[in-house]
Design a binder for this molecule. Structure first.
Ligand code: CTP
Length: 397
């Protein structure tokens, strides 16, 4: 059954972003109900949302044309998540003091599902101690705040108060929707993305890794309740919320950051495409073009996964193998030689798997099991990997 997301919209210039958010949620197959304040309808016509959601937008508590009169209760009952985006200072003040004077505040109070609030307002309104006190009250009542960002505001000021970016809103929704938290209390250390090995100040050696699989794993582990640290090479991806992201460039830096942290971790996942070789010398100056060909001498980097396999104690360790031939045999070889508990094999030969794609086709290998998965999103695969790691962890402890 489809999950229901209630999107509350208040009167603020940032309301235009909620059109895209609602559209994205509908594309992700959520049932979306929109509730607008009267002021919000001055910024955007309700018809816009009705065309996207195929539901009537609610804004008037006493609308006699509705099929039932206690609409705020029936919407509250079917809501899996409630997000108010953008949320004005006025809405936040009313929400934390139980004031119900319109359809939005009434339904918000009647809901007991996870509630998210994405504030957007002028900097002085946002930093005003009254608003800050109200935001603290939001936390007390368990409402998750999606913090605004700094930028140019509609009023002409520059400062904090701009509505969070769409991907941050979607990330928070995905986090809020996962109710079961089996990884509560667990620490998960993940690496992701490519590394860059410097040749000179303008050139480097790297690979095509997008970091998507590692980021999907980090978000899924967080959604399941884990405390997540993500050591990331350079990617185009935004740092997910509620995750400690450490940015590195080279294989050596990744080695340092991972080995500094692995002892406290319960689960370690090495999804990064770490360079196997790095230039023996990095030139301080740009290497100038010469008459003849140029040779670079490369030296081997440390194998992080292998090091962790040799030094792990209580942790369960998951590695990846990116293969172009003999996938399973090579994967099994890596599982054993790097002393992993789980190895995820993906083939570069299959359409829809590997670098840059949002999907993957993977085989999970343990010492005595092989699980083949059909094509699926990296987000979905991340949950399968974590659920296998959970079983392996439980068996060990
Ligand atoms: N890995 C690592 N450190 C390295 C190289 C690889 O930690 N210096 C990890 C990767 O993060 C991955 C696993 O080892 O989890 C396998 O990486 P892969 O590139 O498939 O294999 P390699 O061991 O590098 O061997 P080859 O390139 O010969 O296949």
């Amino acid at each position: 059954m489809k999950k229901t997301i209630v999107v509350g919209i208040t009167g603020c210039v940032g309301a235009f972003k909620s059109v895209q958010l609602v559209s994205d949620l509908v594309k992700k197959d959520f049932d979306v109900e929109v509730i607008m304040t009267q002021n919000a309808t001055q910024f955007i016509a309700p018809l816009q949302f009705e065309s996207l959601t195929h539901h009537r937008v609610m804004s008037d508590t006493f609308d006699r044309q509705h099929s039932y009169s206690t609409q705020h209760i029936s919407i509250a009952q079917k809501a899996d998540l409630f997000i108010v985006v953008p949320a004005t200072a006025n809405f936040i003040a009313k929400a934390v003091h139980g004031i119900c004077d319109d359809m939005l505040t009434t339904t918000f109070l009647a809901c007991d599902c996870p509630k998210l609030i994405a504030p957007a307002m002028n900097t002085k309104m946002y930093t005003n101690p009254v608003t800050q006190d109200n935001l603290r009250l939001c936390e007390k009542y368990g409402y998750d705040i999606i913090s605004p960002v700094s930028g140019h505001l509609a009023c002409g000021d520059t400062g904090i108060g701009k509505l969070a970016a769409l991907d941050q809103l979607m990330d928070a929704i995905e986090e809020g929707l996962v109710k079961e938290k089996p990884l509560n209390g667990k620490k998960v250390l993940i690496n992701a993305g490519p590394t860059r090995e410097k040749i000179d100040p303008v050139r480097f050696l790297s690979n095509h890794s997008s970091g998507k699989m590692g980021y999907s794993l980090a978000k899924a582990a967080r959604n399941l309740g884990a405390e997540v640290t993500l050591v990331s090479g350079p990617t185009q991806l935004k740092a997910p919320r509620n995750i400690d992201v450490i940015h590195i460039e080279s294989a050596e830096e990744m080695f340092q950051e991972m080995t500094k942290r692995y002892k406290e971790a319960d689960m370690i996942i090495c999804a990064a495409a770490v360079a196997d070789y790095t230039p023996e010398h990095t030139s301080n100056q740009k290497i100038k073009k010469q008459e003849n060909d140029l040779s670079l001498t490369l030296k081997k980097t440390q194998d992080i996964l292998k090091y962790l396999g040799e030094h792990k104690t209580h942790q369960v360790l998951c590695g990846f193998a990116m293969e172009t031939e003999n996938e399973i045999e090579n994967g099994r070889q890596k599982l054993l030689s790097k002393n992993c508990d789980l190895l995820v094999v993906n083939s570069l030969n299959k359409a829809g798997a590997g670098f840059q794609y949002d999907t993957n086709i993977a085989t999970l290998l343990t010492k005595d099991e092989q699980i083949n998965y059909d094509i699926m999103s990296k987000d979905e695969l991340a949950y399968h990997i974590l659920s296998k790691l959970e079983v392996l962890y439980a068996a060990r402890h």
